[in-house]
Ligand binder design. Sequence first.
Ligand code: NAD
Ligand code: DAU
Length: 355
Amino acid sequence: MSILVTGGAGFIGSNFVLDWLARSDETIINLDALTYAGNLENLAALDGDARHIFVRGDIGDFALVSRLLAEHQPRAVINFAAESHVDRSIHGPEDFIQTNIVGTFRLLEAVRECYGRLEKTAKNEFRFLHVSTDEVYGSLEQDAPAFSETHRYEPNSPYSASKAASDHLVRAYHHTYGLPVLTTNCSNNYGPWQFPEKLIPLVIHNALAGKPLPIYGDGQQIRDWLYVGDHCAAIRRVLEAGRVGETYNVGGRSEKANLDVVHTLCAILDELSPRPDGQSYREQIAFVADRPGHDRRYAIDAGKIERELGWQPAETFETGIRKTVQWYLDHAEWVGNVTSGAYRDWVGRHYGGQH
Ligand code: NAD
Ligand code: DAU
């Protein structure tokens, strides 16, 4: 038995692969294009482990995906592969359209063809699980109820629009072709191996490097934070027991304003790795121009996955964020490796004029 995971060298995908193989001997075929966000260092613990088969390639490569499906006959495909950073989608949407929409379409086509050839029992057991985001629902007013699975799609960035399109394709392949799909829409993740372009690892990295901690606009935008290990557990649970054709919202009931998140990070760093001058890392906070079209608030109603599948997050924001800061302090070499070269070009292009 095996499963095929796409994007398994990225942040959430690599956490998923590591967690999966820590719990099971079922082989993972890991298809990843190794864009700037994909990093085999995340999976170094699996070097020489026959249960992990890594293949460098594009989800949009129909011939490659078809060959992998024919060769390994996985019982499930879990699609993590995507361009995932909102700011990059604003600077250049093209890659988002190519991977998130065209890539998902070609992946679905390859899976559909392979699924059509399966025997009855294998067909009954097969699942295509699409990993998506709460950003497809758009932005919430301050006192509006959290996003449920029936909230209308109202994506506001090129990233969220491309993810919304991929969700619709997945849905259509179920309704039209009977492909046994599952979709998860999760809130903001944080934890080990997250590329330091996203708020939490960026702030930890900049703080330790003595650089400004950039806060967009007034810093009062709200995100609903979930520790990545809890997201991986939710995906395993949906794969195991989710109802075919359904979508499941995943979130930690942990809404925080960005400025509060950054204050929390500064307080933990002040304690675990104080600045040599005795000042707080808060001194480095810098308010910068807002993100164009910045969504004000996200919040997930995770009632469905809790009720139907008994999933609950194991970490609170307080326990998860402390573990995460400690992880980054313990993995300075990984951070050093991923923040060289191309990373510096991105930071220069995106924040350049403002620092
Ligand atoms: P990431 O950017 O860290 O990793 C994406 C991975 O996909 C990388 O390893 C990259 O090399 C790979 N990839 C990109 N294009 C590819 C292609 N064409 N073919 C094959 N591989 C390709 O992203 P992440 O934060 O780990 O997110 C994973 C998934 O979860 C995405 O679909 C994202 O939309 C979704 N998601 C992310 C969050 C979050 O907070 N990070 C929350 C909810 C949902
Ligand atoms: O909600 C789920 C989504 O969460 C995922 O689908 C995306 O893949 C993931 O990147 C994340 O999107 P966000 O845009 O919410 O995450 P990001 O870490 O980029 O930003 C979090 C908040 O912090 C957001 O309101 C913007 C703000 N921010 C971000 C950066 C990088 C800043 O204020 N300053 C910054 O420098």
